[in-house]
Design a protein around this ligand. Structure first.
Ligand code: HEC
Ligand code: HEC
Length: 282
């Protein structure tokens, strides 16, 4: 437990330090620059939520876990759609290739292109709340923010500070030029609509992928190459319409993602301020 408290206080101290040292005159500098290839020395082996201790720290970790899964119910004023964190970070971030959050506590604070600033883990939670959840940030000193941090530190146990775990990101690059929307529409109706709804509205078997209950246009998932990589590796979630999980071709993942992103979704008001140095090639 000592190490969890330590991890949390390091993050909290860093957050305080950072807010004090991001003066525009000096400009942001990377605190850590993990290699994009990741470290090969670490293994994916997050501790089970069932082994959380029965004490105050354990309570915070379990609240963090519940917040990941029941986000809307527990943060009704901060979540603006029908998604949970686990809609994308599957099973509270513990599925290796599905936007896993295992090890993130060891990666932050970090410089980010989108904001052209240093982000802490807590900033990232609030960015996903504002963009992926089309909602509002939670206070940095709230019980809920502490719980998110404690939970992510818990599942990052054993991953050395400064390590960029190899499973982070999708590690899949898909050429997303010239998508075929007609092909995308066909594939969507055949292999995705049963779970995500004929109009992208979501069903009990899968979250909304477009429309008012989906992520907004400032979310990471609204980026075609990011969604295509996620879809290629993880969708369909179960065999559907002749397609199997993780077996779509690059072109299928590109077309169906482009079809999803061709529909209306909520607008992120701060979007025009993203990538002040230009969007990186991805
Ligand atoms: C619509 C999908 C979606 C939802 C919902 C979502 N996220 Fe994310 N999240 C992403 C994507 C995509 C990224 C990677 C963003 C990028 O590369 O710019 C990300 C990144 C993150 C990161 C940084 C991970 C890293 O490896 O650097 C954290 C932490 C995080 N999300 C936490 C949360 C939390 C907590 C919630 C719920 C409050 C949440 N996310 C909801 C899609 C989502
Ligand atoms: C058997 C049900 C099922 C099928 C079929 C399915 N999905 Fe999903 N999808 C899910 C579930 C459940 C999640 C939430 C994450 C998780 O638990 O894996 C999800 C998450 C997603 C997400 C991220 C969350 C969001 O709301 O945006 C996208 C994008 C997505 N699926 C696209 C697709 C595409 C494209 C297809 C068809 C090729 C597809 N899915 C087929 C069940 C399904």
């Amino acid at each position: 437990m000592g190490s969890r408290i330590a991890l949390f206080s390091v993050a909290a101290a860093a957050a305080v330090l950072l807010s004090a040292c991001t003066a525009p005159t000096t400009g942001p500098a990377p605190l850590k620059s993990p290699s994009p290839e990741g470290s090969t020395a670490v293994t994916f082996n997050p501790p089970s939520i069932d082994s959380v201790p029965n004490d105050e720290n354990g309570k915070a970790i379990k609240l963090g876990y519940d917040l990941m899964n029941d986000t809307k119910k527990l943060l009704p004023n901060n979540v603006g759609n029908q998604l949970s964190c686990s809609s994308c970070h599957a099973q509270a971030g513990t599925v290796e290739k599905e936007l896993s959050l295992v090890g993130v506590a060891s990666v932050y604070p970090q410089y980010r292109d989108r904001e052209a600033a240093i982000s802490t883990l807590e900033d990232r939670v609030n960015q996903c709340l504002q963009r992926s959840m089309n909602g509002k940030p939670i206070p940095y000193d709230s019980t809920e923010m502490r719980a998110f941090s404690m939970y992510m530190s818990y599942i990052s146990k054993g991953i050395p500070e400064g390590t960029n775990p190899p499973w982070r990101g999708q590690n899949v690059k898909i050429d997303v030029s010239n998508p075929n929307l007609q092909e995308g529409q066909k594939l969507y109706q055949q292999s995705c609509a049963a779970c995500h709804g004929a109009n992208g509205e979501g069903t009990p078997a899968g979250p909304a992928v477009w429309g008012p209950n989906s992520f907004n246009d400032g979310a990471g998932m609204a980026n075609l190459s990011k969604m295509a990589a996620f879809v290629k590796v993880n969708m369909p979630k179960a065999p559907m319409g002749g397609e199997n999980p993780g077996a779509l071709t690059d072109a299928q993942a590109r077309d169906v993602s482009a079809w999803i992103l061709s529909h209306d979704r909520p607008h992120f008001p701060g979007k025009s301020k993203d990538f002040p140095k230009g969007r990186p090639q991805n």
